[in-house]
Design a protein around this ligand. Structure first.
Ligand SMILES: O=C(CO)COP(=O)(O)O
Length: 248
């Protein structure tokens, strides 16, 4: 049985003042029956990890470097993130693939570093609107998945997030059939690449998830939770998504 996961990606948002939102979220869900993960900017990992006390909320990062240390100005290694209190890291988000030219090979190397350092790797895949309209969605996400798989990936170390680029921050969401098609395809691809682990690896949907659409998305087969951007920034918006996942 896959344990469901409500994950929030704060992107380049939030400040120390936003720890009040985290406190409110923990208070709203004192004993969650799903995993909750928040990935704030790196500067907030330690404050967030240290204010949650014994609440099971997990704190993650949004990227890591593939190397352990060295001359990489501005980068942070997986071990450093772990020391700051992170237990997970998002790798291969489409914004990093686009803004920083990250290839799937880079993503695989980052994910491998994350897993080698005991972090959960949340690997993102997703097609652009042009790719979807050209009928290439499954080819694109299948290739991204195959090429982005980290070393050491298994049901305990890897989560896949399907995030259609055109659904991120736009308010546009694929149909439930489209989400189900991609998630079913990713599950089948995982069975080819990681036989024995595919059934246990969690598949998250991401892209304009809100309290108002979460329940119907969580009812789709092979959707094990969500990776939420904008609606993860406040307890008021994220709490209903956590609640919907607990009921799913
Ligand atoms: O990119 C996302 C999460 O990683 C999704 O962002 P939104 O939920 O703001 O569309």
């Amino acid at each position: 049985m896959r344990r469901k996961l409500a994950a929030g990606n704060w992107k380049m948002n939030g400040s120390l003042a936003a720890m009040a939102e985290v406190r409110a979220l923990c208070e709203a869900h004192p004993a969650p029956t799903v995993d909750i993960l928040l990935c704030p900017p790196a500067t907030l990992i330690w404050p967030m990890a240290s204010m949650r006390h014994d609440h099971p909320l997990a704190v993650g990062a949004q990227d890591c470097h593939a190397e352990a240390k060295g001359a990489h100005t501005g980068d942070i290694s997986a071990a450093m993130l772990k020391e700051a209190g992170a237990t997970a890291v998002i790798v291969g988000h489409s914004e990093r693939r686009a803004d920083h030219g990250e290839t799937s090979q880079t993503v695989a190397a980052k994910g491998s570093a994350a897993i080698a350092n005991g972090l959960l790797a949340v690997v993102c895949v997703g097609e652009t609107l042009e790719e979807r309209e050209a009928g290439h969605t499954l080819d694109v996400v299948g290739t991204q998945l195959a090429d982005s798989l980290p070393e050491g990936a298994n049901a305990d170390t890897l989560v896949i997030a399907y995030e259609p680029v055109w659904a991120i921050g736009t308010g546009k969401v694929p149909t439930l059939e489209q989400i189900g098609e991609v998630h079913g395809y990713l599950r089948a691809q995982l069975a080819d690449h990681l036989p024995g682990d595919a059934d246990g690896i969690r598949l998250l949907y991401g892209g304009s998830v809100k309290g108002s659409n979460a329940a119907e998305i969580f009812a789709v087969a092979d959707v094990d939770g969500a990776l939420v951007g904008g609606a993860s920034l406040t307890a008021e918006d994220f709490s209903p998504i956590v609640s919907a996942l607990q009921k799913a």
